[in-house]
Write a protein that binds this ligand. Structure first.
Ligand code: ADP
Length: 641
């Protein structure tokens, strides 16, 4: 009987009984999508299955450190591939850790990663697009269903007895069966019943070539057995040396790339890598990769991340996050230490003083890789910035020691060269600004369109002063953390005080206001509590007005974000700046009708708020005023008849 997966797990009555369970909804969706979208890349299933087998051997070797009995007589860990042309079957067999019944149901019936449902919603049905997305996800075991119409998994957990083994079977359509079996050997056998049109994967030469391609860098022997061949002998196909233990000059680029795919379950090549052996006081080997695309859950600061940790070539743990800071969570790789104890745990890593030094060195290494790309291979770096730029910005806020290095990696849109200049570095900016400009100007806005059209830029534009356009959520924190670059302070152009270079206007705001005192006072009276003050602006050219923040107030961008996240922020009112050269302001100034003066003043204020991307507190009132004004125009009752 098909029963709901969740209920079934708690209600297994008789363990020997064969039961049929439904896949978790996400698995079902993923299976459908994957079979269709990865068709052109179908051979990768073998890489995924060999990776799983090698992980299983790694895990057993690790558990055997504490419980050597787990290995029993069968101490030579390895992987065997069997092809059976007559039966059209391909099997991947390992004598690794194996799985218990519960593990089997959990591992091959569900997807534990959070965000999967949202991720799957982005699928369109367009194979090319979806294949790219799936690549960010990493499909693993389920990729077997690209080539098989039925998959059988027989497994016995290390330490379990022969009659405590389990068989899992599915056609990948929506359910799987599970039953107890006897199994003489420890470990797992995955048997693919190949689809008729995929019979090529039961051909020995084809498989042998694939094993070579996909497993030469794995530290366990991978052998091939051709069932029904004249000499049914098992022959080892790969070189069985863990890739990072080899010397750099012996490893080809293709091998590095294949190893990356094995490690990351990514389908695409990495952008770059760095393989190093550190000797001396501390001894370790690191192999670090920069992927070409962000994983689907990069935004999630809680998602699993980190390097694969080995100690003296023995696998210790996946996702050892202690070796790199959070803002480098996109980096994949392996670290093999000679100094850490074999029984090292996550908790021990957290407290290990050695680790602080290693983490510092590895962080600098990654930043060095990025710097190299940024200076030499700008196309690749553009990819890095597009995929990981937002996360690198976190580094400026969180990693003060490397702030300068990180600042050089930042890229921004700017007003240089019209409005479509992207990917500008701070060095580019400073180089153009020259020595006489001692500040770096920026504007913060919700999006690019708002930033580029912002009235705050008018005077700077007119004078040819470049402004960085910052529109990422993290940017308010970024500029706060950065504060200056190359001795030049970062300045928000939407602040009350705006010091512009050369031809600096040293007149005080009070003096400038003097000539228009009456008008300013009148507007302030109308706007009342809506504004902190009303000033004559020095930064506007084409717009009638803008709002600016007092120098010690929270940036409005930041305020909006904090408010959206439900935080109570102390109230602060903007300053309204008006452009006394603007015809609309002249109109306002000459407006004889008190009611219309009020309406116009409010509208000028509302427009200034809208232009900076703020919401109006009372949009209905704004609409009423606008409607009134429009009707006035219609009836010819405007001010200057
Ligand atoms: P991933 O390998 O990315 O975790 P998979 O879908 O390939 O995802 O596998 C899910 C889980 O099933 C693995 O994490 C592992 O715990 C388990 N598993 C898969 N293959 C094997 C195997 N040959 N031996 C033991 N466990 C396995």
């Amino acid at each position: 009987m098909l029963s709901d997966f969740g209920q079934e797990r708690f209600g297994v009555a008789d363990k020997s009984e064969r039961e049929t369970l439904g896949f978790q909804t996400e698995v079902r969706q993923l299976l459908q999508l994957m079979i269709h979208s990865l068709y052109s890349n179908k051979e990768i299933f073998l890489r995924e299955l060999i990776s799983n087998a090698s992980d299983a051997a790694d895990k057993l070797r690790f558990e055997a450190l504490a419980s050597p009995d787990l290995l029993g007589e069968d101490t030579d860990l390895g992987i065997r591939i069997e092809v059976d042309k007559d039966k059209q079957q391909l099997s991947i067999i390992d004598n690794g850790i194996g799985m218990s019944r519960d593990e089997l149901v959990d591992n091959l019936g569900t997807i534990a990663r959070s965000g999967t449902a949202e991720f799957l919603e982005q699928m369109t049905g367009d194979a090319k697009h979806d294949a790219k997305l799936i690549g960010q996800f990493g499909v693993g075991f389920y990729s077997s269903f690209i080539v098989a119409d039925k998959v059988t998994v027989e497994t016995r957990r290390a330490g379990a007895s022969a009659n405590d083994a389990v068989r899992w079977e599915s056609d990948g359509q929506g359910e799987f069966s599970i039953e107890s079996i006897e199994r003489a050997d420890r470990g797992t056998r995955v048997t693919l019943h190949l689809k008729d049109e995929q019979a090529e994967f039961a051909e020995a030469p084809r498989i042998e070539a694939l094993i070579r391609k996909y497993s030469d860098h794995i530290g366990f022997p991978v052998s091939l057995l051709v069932v029904g061949a004249e000499d049914e002998e098992v022959k080892v196909v790969n070189s069985a040396t863990a890739l990072w233990t080899r010397s750099r000059s012996d490893v080809s680029d293709d091998e590095y790339k294949e190893f990356y795919k094995h490690l990351s379950h990514d389908f695409a090549d990495p952008l770059t890598w760095s393989h190093n052996r550190v000797e001396g006081k501390r001894e370790y080997t690191s192999l670090l990769y920069i992927p070409a695309a962000a994983p689907f859950d990069l935004w999630n600061r809680e998602a699993p991340r980190g390097l694969k940790l080995y100690v003296q070539r023995v696998f210790i743990m996946d996702e050892a996050e202690q070796f790199l800071p959070l803002y480098l969570r996109f980096v994949k790789g392996v670290i093999d230490s000679s100094d850490l104890p074999l029984n090292v745990s996550r908790e021990m890593l957290q407290q290990n003083p050695e680790l602080v030094a290693m983490r510092g060195a590895l962080t600098r290494r990654v930043l060095g890789m990025l710097e190299k790309m940024a200076t030499a291979e700008s196309d690749d770096y553009a990819t890095v910035w597009r995929e990981f730029g937002q996360v690198l910005k976190e580094g400026v806020v969180e990693d003060h020691a490397n702030k300068d290095k990180l600042a050089r990696l930042l890229r921004f849109a700017s007003t240089h060269n019209g409005n479509d200049t992207q990917d500008q570095s701070l060095e580019d900016y400073v180089g153009r600004a020259g020595a006489e400009q001692d500040k770096i100007y920026y504007i913060l806005a919700e999006n690019y369109a708002t930033a580029v059209a912002s009235p705050h830029l008018e005077q700077l534009r007119k004078r040819g002063i470049e402004v960085l356009l910052l529109t990422d959520r993290i940017d308010p924190w970024l500029v706060d953390g950065l504060a200056e670059f190359d001795g030049k302070a970062l300045v928000d152009v939407a602040r009350a005080r705006l010091d512009l270079p050369e031809g600096e206007d040293t007149t005080s705001q009070d003096e400038i206001n003097k000539a228009h005192k009456k008008l300013l006072k009148k507007i302030k009276k109308v706007l009342g509590e809506r504004v902190n003050a009303v000033n004559v602006s020095r930064r506007l050219v084409d717009s009638p007005a803008c709002v600016v923040a007092a120098d010690d107030d929270l940036n409005p961008q930041l305020r909006r974000m904090l408010e959206a996240s439900g935080q109570a922020i102390p109230e602060s009112k903007p300053i309204l700046e008006i452009n006394v050269e603007h015809p609309l302001v002249s109109r306002l100034s000459g407006e004889p009708d008190a009611g219309r003066f009020d309406d116009l003043s409010h509208i000028v204020m509302d427009h200034a708020l809208l232009a900076e991307g703020s919401q109006l507190d009372n949009p209905a009132e704004y609409v009423q005023r606008m409607n009134k004004l429009l009707l006035d125009i219609d009836s010819g009752a405007t001010g200057d008849k």
